[in-house]
Design a protein around this ligand. Structure first.
Ligand code: ATP
Length: 361
């Protein structure tokens, strides 16, 4: 059974629909992420689950029970904020034990549970330190431990890695995955970082303007985005206007202005004359100096106009002969290699007939 059910939940601020008829459910033990650009309503939704805000319409159920009449402090839910919200004058141990002391738990239970939470976040050797003596990542781990010590049904995480630098964020991602697996508590995680969402989540709800655009597993969202918004928001993608000229159960033929005929994988119910977009990931576009890619059905000549060196890969921007611009990615597998092509180089771009995706909206 779903642990959390969001049923047609809406929340307005004056004439702005911050959350607009959102429905989904979260399974027990799941790492569930709300992903979307700034202002899409993800924090408002999280705050409603926590009870800090009330929906204008709809229901939020935890373990099948409507939470409408349960105040935030009575909900078996804990929120971890980006700002850590630690007590600066208390040691790590006291910060973690605080919720148990407030709940007037017996001494022995406080000791046991605080120790357990401390070990879960690998901070047993820091128990007598004060927050100012900890790194950002360590402070965030104390904040997590303070959440876990309550044994909540749901741990809500609002951009918890937002304040950390890139390297530490990466480290904490790994730790969050391990922690969630070990402890088994259900996570509802909010982020605007698509990379973070893809790396951490079992499932992701992509939000835009208060609505859920698509809810799916990371690889499905990346591989089969439902529309242009999701395609563009998750990863990099080439999007080109396209019209279906032939639809069969084995393939689509598309007309792309400037490119001519392009083959694409089939789409149920597609009909000739339908307009939409061809979406192609840069890593699906093969770039080469010679026309050796001619065996691929989609095959075009162009000129390199720019490149972006990202360390592990370089992304080339290629202007095809008809003026269409496309990004193609190539791994820099040889050490010290920064690029294979230069600006002005003649190249060929090709992709498999089953690589692109036709998007209706
Ligand atoms: P961010 O990543 O920037 O935090 P978000 O996706 O979490 O964005 P929300 O904080 O949920 O977005 O806000 C959704 C919309 O509702 C925004 O347009 C925001 O300005 C508006 N909003 C949020 N809280 C209030 C409030 N208390 N009063 C008025 N408008 C609000």
């Amino acid at each position: 059974m779903a642990i959390l059910e969001i049923r047609n939940v809406s929340r307005r601020y004056a004439d702005l629909s911050a959350v607009d008829e959102v429905s989904f459910s979260v399974e027990a033990g799941e790492f569930f992420t709300l992903l979307g650009p700034s202002g899409c309503g993800k924090t408002t939704l999280l705050r409603m689950i926590a009870g800090f805000e009330a929906p204008d319409a709809g229901q939020i159920l935890l373990d099948g029970v409507d939470l409408a009449d349960t105040p935030p402090e009575k909900r078996p839910v804990h929120t971890v904020f980006q700002s850590y919200a630690l007590f600066p004058h208390m040691t790590v141990w006291d910060n973690i034990a605080f919720p148990l002391k407030m709940a007037k738990k017996p001494q022995e239970e406080i000791r046991r549970r605080a120790q357990e939470a401390l070990e879960q976040v690998h901070l047993a050797d820091k128990s007598s330190h004060f927050p100012h003596e900890l790194s950002g990542g360590q402070k965030q781990r104390v904040a997590l431990a303070r959440g876990l010590v309550n044994q909540p049904r749901l741990l809500l995480l609002d951009e918890p890695l937002g304040a950390l630098d890139a390297k530490l964020r990466e480290e904490m991602r790994g730790e969050l995955i391990d922690l969630q697996r070990e402890v088994g508590v259900t996570f509802v995680f909010v982020t605007h970082s698509q990379q973070e969402a893809l790396a951490l989540s079992h499932r992701i709800a992509v939000m835009n303007r208060g609505r859920v655009e698509q809810l799916d597993e990371p690889s499905r969202l990346y591989g089969y985005p439902a529309n242009r918004f999701v395609a563009d928001f998750i990863g990099d993608i080439n999007l080109m206007e396209a019209e279906v000229t032939e639809a069969s159960h084995s393939h689509l033929k598309l007309r792309v202005p400037g490119l001519g005929e392009v083959m694409a994988p089939p789409l149920p119910d597609a009909k000739a004359g339908e307009k939409g977009a061809l979406a192609l990931r840069p890593e699906q576009a093969r770039i080469s100096a010679h026309a050796q890619t001619a065996e691929l059905k989609n095959h075009f000549h162009g000129t390199v106009r720019g490149f972006l060196y990202l360390g592990d890969v370089t992304v080339y921007t290629v202007e095809l002969d008809n003026g269409v611009s496309m990004d193609a990615l190539l791994a820099n597998s040889a050490p010290g290699r920064a690029k294979f092509f230069d600006i002005g180089d003649d190249v060929f771009i090709a992709w498999r007939h089953d690589a692109g995706l036709f998007l209706r909206e």
